[in-house]
Design a protein around this ligand. Structure first.
Ligand code: COA
Length: 378
């Protein structure tokens, strides 16, 4: 409290609106997209179907899904000018490349100024389809290779791996990335979705809203955790050192990356799907050590469950990307690629019943100071 004013720092526990996007029960670890369980979607759906569900608020018929998938596949290409922008950014962090190239796309989108629901939906589909092409092109260019054109015979996830590595991925590996995209596609009013909604609330266009989302995702408290987890795992080095690492980190008031969440006080329901994949992929790739180290970290953190600190979605994701051979600085971009449908949905909801988002700050500084000319300041 400041005087008579109650300050809700970090907007913790504040409802800012109603939504039909996703339901999160942080106490029981429940997550629904448009009413459907994340467990069903992760195990039984495809990324294309989940995106359709998020954007259209219903599961598609086969014909609707085929048309939607065709629309996504046809939208993967980048204007040459945007590829030129990516070339200029070859030294940038991949997230900076995605943010800047995503922004540059607005200059070439014929519907950029049209905020109608129909045009916003089409732009969201285009941005969802184009983001993997940007990320893969940037990854190629910085290694002095030409970007690989999208392959229309592959689905969204497989095509991303194809453009990244230059060969068609094994279907199991494409499915892991697809599952990861599904698990990251939407998550209510998290920091990046809030940033996207704030921008949409000024009636700025969808490209502006998505660029706001990408910007907010970049930090280690949000999208950067998977990369930080993998760095932690490599630093620990072997499973017998995990317990000591956790003890020392907590003793020095540090945080264990991939643990804790603003909303979940139980296990993040998305985490279990990646846990299983991480274990299986580690065995398959002949590197079970990363899963073992992470399992020991998880065990060492068990006493902190009573404080509501559990594994979050990013805990296992980093090791999965690493095992797939994806460079660590691309991890946040993968999260961003998966989340574009969620940001689009949040922006569409905001446009549909808009109130400018504009909270207050309680002024806590000096008042009515005398302006002293510079020549008289000591
Ligand atoms: N490791 C150790 N302690 C943690 C922790 C972690 N990962 N996450 C939270 N805590 C502790 C805090 O130190 C704090 O303890 P205190 O009350 O004794 O000071 C308490 O839990 C509450 O933390 P707080 O920062 O208020 O929670 P939050 O809701 O604001 O934070 C995160 C949420 C995600 C920012 C935080 O859990 C975090 O930094 N996690 C690591 C980064 C990460 O994995 N991010 C991905 C999120 S999907």
């Amino acid at each position: 409290m400041a005087g008579e004013v109650e300050i809700k720092k970090g907007l913790r526990d504040v409802y800012i609106d109603r939504t039909r996007s996703s339901f999160i029960d942080g106490d029981t670890g429940k997550l629904l997209y448009r009413g459907y369980s994340i467990h069903d979607l992760a195990e039984r759906s495809t990324f294309e179907e989940t995106v359709y569900l998020l954007l259209h608020e219903k599961l598609p018929t086969q014909k609707e899904l085929d048309d939607f998938d065709a629309q996504l596949r046809a939208s993967r290409y980048l204007p040459d000018e945007v590829v030129q922008v990516i070339r200029l950014l070859h030294n940038a962090h991949p997230m900076d490349g995605l943010r800047t190239a995503g922004s540059a796309l607005s200059a070439f989108d014929p519907e950029v100024k049209d905020n109608s629901p129909e045009a916003t939906l089409r732009k969201g589909i285009r941005l969802t389809a184009q983001a993997p092409t940007i990320v893969a092109a940037h990854a190629s260019i910085r290694e002095r290779r030409d970007p690989i054109e999208p392959n229309a015979s592959l689905n969204h996830a497989a095509n991303f791996l194809y453009m990244l590595f230059g060969h068609e991925p094994h279907q199991d590996e494409a499915r892991i990335i697809e599952k990861d995209f599904i698990l990251h596609a939407e998550h209510g009013i998290n920091a990046s979705a809030f940033a996207a909604r704030i921008t949409a609330s000024t009636i700025a266009d969808l490209h502006a809203a998505i660029v706001s989302g990408i910007s907010a995702l970049k930090g280690p408290a949000h999208g950067g955790a998977a990369e930080a987890v993998m760095k932690m795992t490599i630093d620990i080095g072997s499973e017998d050192k995990a317990e000591e690492y956790v003890r020392q980190t907590l003793e020095s008031k540090g945080r264990i990356m991939g643990f804790g969440h603003r909303v979940y006080r139980a296990e993040d329901p998305r985490a279990r799907h990646l846990r299983n994949e991480c274990m299986a992929l580690g065995e398959k790739r002949g590197h079970p050590e990363w899963f073992r180290i992470l399992s020991r970290v998880e065990k060492a953190m068990q006493p902190h469950r009573s404080r509501g600190i559990y594994v979050n979605v990013d805990f296992w994701a980093g090791a999965i990307y690493y095992l797939l051979g994806i460079p660590a600085d691309l991890f946040i971009s993968i999260f961003a690629m998966g989340r574009i449908p969620g940001w689009t949905l949040q922006a569409m909801e905001q446009y549909s019943d808009n109130v400018l988002i504009r909270p207050l700050l309680y002024y806590d500084g000096p008042m009515d100071l005398e302006y002293v000319p510079i020549s008289q300041r000591g």
